[in-house]
Design a binder for this molecule. Structure first.
Ligand SMILES: C[S@@+](CC[C@H](N)C(=O)[O-])C[C@H]1O[C@@H](n2cnc3c(N)ncnc32)[C@H](O)[C@@H]1O
Length: 237
């Protein structure tokens, strides 16, 4: 974070010390700053009402991109969810992203679009079926690797012996599989990681997130964002 001190001074409670180093700031304050910095200030408009005139880069053309995946019902993430995914990737500038569950690619396109706007990073996308059309594949080819396998087979896959800065979990929504996917993300976490668990309105997703947070206390529950995205964040200690 480059401008952490300005932001810290803006949101600073009078009782908070004047820290010299970002890493000295307590985790709870850093989390507050992250939410302010990443999700409220720079792209505040993305999280409010969606209109198609105020955005730059990928987001400006989101509707055109989505037409390329097929009909509107082929996008299984809502516009608000896609804008939140975009905001997360755009603001955190990850080097590596894991996506579990791409279907026809609305989330994949959005992740790749944000990486393209950042001009850095790559997404490894997992699904048991390959449903992306050639147009979409061509658009994302510089930023995405598409892998057709089940997410419970990733544990022994040498291609996944790497860390992932951001993970988007939207595969099989059973309790067992969501927990498997979250645990895999944790097993491949660098010092800091953001997990976006989609369809947080499903009780099995909620239950799996709850169990995950009990098993992995290093993750903070940042609550629900977009329409139905549960954000779990690991901060460096
Ligand atoms: C809700 S859809 C994903 C929607 C997608 N993120 C989008 O933006 O449209 C769930 C996807 O998970 C895939 N899936 C189901 N079980 C899976 C598994 N075990 N491993 C990986 N993907 C799985 C399905 O094939 C389906 O494409």
């Amino acid at each position: 974070m480059q401008d952490w001190k300005d932001l810290y001074n803006i949101i600073r409670d009078p009782s908070w010390p004047d820290y010299e180093n970002y890493n000295d700031i307590p985790v709870n304050i850093r989390l507050e700053m992250f939410e302010e910095h990443g999700f409220k200030q720079p792209h505040n408009n993305l999280l409010l009402e969606y209109t198609d005139q105020d955005y730059a880069g990928f987001v400006y053309n989101l509707e055109n991109w989505l037409k390329e995946i097929g009909s509107d019902t082929d996008a299984l993430c809502s516009r608000r969810d896609l804008l939140f995914i975009y905001t997360t990737i755009y603001n955190t500038k990850p080097n590596s992203v894991l996506e579990i569950g791409r279907y026809k690619g609305s989330s994949t396109l959005t992740i790749a679009g944000a990486l393209a706007d950042n001009n850095v990073g790559h997404v490894w996308s997992i699904d048991i079926v390959d449903l992306l059309n050639d147009t979409v594949k061509n658009h994302i080819k510089d930023y995405a690797t598409l892998i057709t396998t089940s997410s419970d087979c990733l544990w022994n896959n040498t291609e996944f012996d790497r860390t992932f800065d951001v993970c988007f979990v939207d595969g099989n929504h059973s309790y067992k599989m969501v927990l498997n996917d979250l645990e895999f993300c944790a097993a491949r976490a660098p010092a800091e990681q953001i997990i976006l668990a989609h369809d947080n309105d499903y009780h099995e997703v909620q239950d799996a997130c709850h169990m995950f947070l009990q098993k992995f206390p290093e993750y903070t529950d940042c609550g629900n964002w977009g329409d139905n995205i549960r954000v779990l964040r690991k901060l460096a200690t």
